[in-house]
Ligand binder design. Structure first.
Ligand SMILES: [Zn+2]
Length: 586
């Protein structure tokens, strides 16, 4: 049998060569019509990220999967009477973007609340709150998110440590409680009414891992750092919504997030920590056909609840590969901007004498103490572990805990694919450990350029150069580096994050340690196949390969070749999930 097959193949090859040689005289033999595809994309510039055939012009999908990739002429045989044919007119197509670390419900919530992402001053924020108060009922909470003091063009007056005081908000919102979350999610700002309803007073002590910022007289200023945000009783004083109203709102939040993701060219989204309730709601939305983007979700819950609920909640490829739940999320420290990241050495911009109760090196979160137990649960339940670690101390401690868990269970990191979420600032000694241990560095390109100025202030130049956003150093150590935006901390736009990844260019034109930037293809891999690997999904996603899911993003520009300054002007033309166009750009 084998011999016959080989002989037939050989004849076919010889025949092929012969015919090609005479192509100018005779047309090539008509290729047999294939089973028609549901969708054919043709005349495109397709980057597949599949090394066996890195470039193509056309792609055919059937039953949600890729059935052929090749030239436009080759794939003509997949076009049948009911095939949707899209002429790409030379536009750029790539494996669908995979957001590697975002907060799905946070994106949806952001759409329902005041969006402060683009505000340039505290006055502007106060103005927006005043407008919201006019439309609100008395006593209704005004909720906003996305402010960032580094983006302000002037320092508020008066201020404490550069932050405004609550009186400015009280003037426009005397009867409405206001809570405005920092873009990082690691601090919030409240007015007097919100403090009154939350019982935050002069006597309120700093909770563990947090700070109620006070003025020189000991009065709370309104700024709540890290875990102190947990003191806010959002919604207190308002009538409790009915269960049906709350559920309808929660579903609306998921729909808004879904719409936002697909409009940015995202075909899969890795959610960085939701509760079991959210996961159940997502499942029912998938059953109802109300979700377009594929989700891979980390669970955030107590150890006791994880042990109890994981055996039922763990799921792979639910609803035709729309949802996978196989990871646990834990937070080990705060953010650099709010000086909540846990460092080995003190913050460069904190004075020697800080007020009692504040730490010069940042603090671990309360979850660090129970992390070894969480790690064991992850091994026992065959879950990935994903720990938020930003400062070099947090990264070191978490690597130590991972290493202990690997040893104790005779596993290596490459089998378990545990991840370090953010891995923003590393001690030189710990960088090679990512590659050695097989720990995935789940990073966000856009954070590098948004935070560069504050990183330099908080860490000083030496530490910033040595260990901040060291993508190349990590990759050279053999580590997998993934990409994302941490939305709603940043806009979920992968193109902006990709631009930051391949240029490290700040808005003022400066480049933040350019030797660590990724090449265009490295950057594209970090946003596609690397994220797929970091989720055990490389057989399904991350490259345009026959047999994988037909998840494709089409852009107006080839972001692998256009000059740097044109990358950000690329627009999404189509977002295709499972061979279906779920978003079409204007
Ligand atoms: Zn996050």
């Amino acid at each position: 049998m084998r011999l016959i097959t080989a002989a037939v193949l050989l004849a076919a090859v010889i025949g092929g060569v012969h015919l090609t040689g005479h192509a100018s005289q005779a047309p090539p033999p008509p290729q047999a019509q294939a089973e028609p595809a549901d969708l054919v994309l043709r005349n495109g510039r397709i980057v597949t990220l599949d090394d066996r055939a890195p470039e193509a012009q056309a792609l055919a999908a059937r039953g949600g999967r890729i059935v052929a990739v090749g030239t436009t002429a080759d794939l003509a045989r997949y076009v049948g009477p009911n095939t949707q044919v899209i002429d790409l007119n030379g536009q750029f197509a790539m494996p669908g973007f995979i957001e590697g670390h975002g907060h799905f419900t946070g994106i949806g919530e952001g759409k329902l609340n005041l969006d402060l992402m683009n505000t340039k001053s505290w006055d502007e924020i106060v103005h927006m709150v005043a407008e919201a108060v006019e439309k609100a009922k008395p006593g209704q909470w005004i909720v906003g998110r996305g402010w960032h003091q580094e983006k302000w063009t002037s320092t508020p007056a008066p201020n404490v440590e550069g932050f405004p005081t609550h009186e400015s908000l009280d003037k426009v919102a005397p009867n409405n409680p206001v809570v405005l979350t920092h873009a990082s999610g690691h601090a919030s700002f409240v007015n007097a009414k919100a403090m009154e309803l939350s019982n935050i007073t002069k006597d309120t002590a700093n909770p563990r891992g947090g700070e109620v910022l006070k003025d020189k007289d000991g009065n709370p200023t309104g700024l709540l750092r890290e875990s102190a945000s947990g003191l806010v009783r959002n919604g207190a004083g308002e009538p409790t919504p009915t269960a049906a109203d709350a559920d309808a709102r929660a579903r609306r939040v998921l729909e808004l997030a879904d719409k936002e993701a697909i409009s940015k060219g995202i075909t899969s989204f890795q959610d960085a920590g939701s509760g079991f309730d959210v996961i159940n709601r997502v499942k029912s939305m998938i059953d109802q056909g109300r979700m377009n983007v594929r989700l891979w979700m980390m669970i955030r819950s107590s150890n006791a609840s994880l042990r109890q609920n994981l055996p039922v909640a763990r799921t792979i490829g639910y609803g035709n590969n729309m949802l996978t739940v196989r990871a646990i999320k834990v937070t080990s420290d705060g953010a650099l901007g709010s000086r909540g990241a846990w460092l080995l050495e003190p913050y460069a911009d904190l004075p020697e004498n800080v007020p009692a109760g504040t730490s010069r090196t940042g603090l671990p979160s309360a979850a660090v103490a129970s992390l070894p137990e969480t790690a064991q649960i992850a091994v026992d339940q065959n879950m990935q572990l994903c720990v938020h670690a930003i400062g070099d101390r947090a990264n070191r401690e978490v690597l130590n805990i991972y290493e202990d868990a690997f040893k104790k269970n005779a596993k290596n990191g490459k089998e378990l694919r545990w991840r370090m979420e953010h891995a923003q600032h590393l001690s030189a000694a710990d960088i090679p450990r990512f590659g050695q241990l097989g720990v995935i560095a789940s990073m966000q390109g856009i954070h590098c350029t948004s935070d560069a100025i504050s990183v330099l202030q908080r860490l000083g130049e030496k530490r910033a150069e040595e260990g901040a956003y060291v993508w190349q150093k990590l990759m050279k150590s053999g580590a997998l580096v993934t990409n994302g935006t941490d939305a709603p901390v940043e806009d979920v736009d992968p193109i902006a994050s990709y631009y930051a990844t391949v240029t490290r260019k700040l808005t003022d034109g400066r480049v933040f340690y350019g030797d660590q930037k990724m090449s265009r293809i490295e950057g594209l891999r970090s946003y596609t196949i690397n994220n797929a690997i970091a989720a055990f999904e490389e057989d399904l996603k991350g490259s345009l390969t026959v047999g994988k899911l037909a998840d494709v993003t089409v852009l107006t520009k080839d972001i692998t070749t256009v000059p740097d300054d044109q990358i950000r002007t690329a627009k999404v033309v189509y977002t295709i999930v499972g061979g279906k166009v779920v978003y079409k750009g204007q």
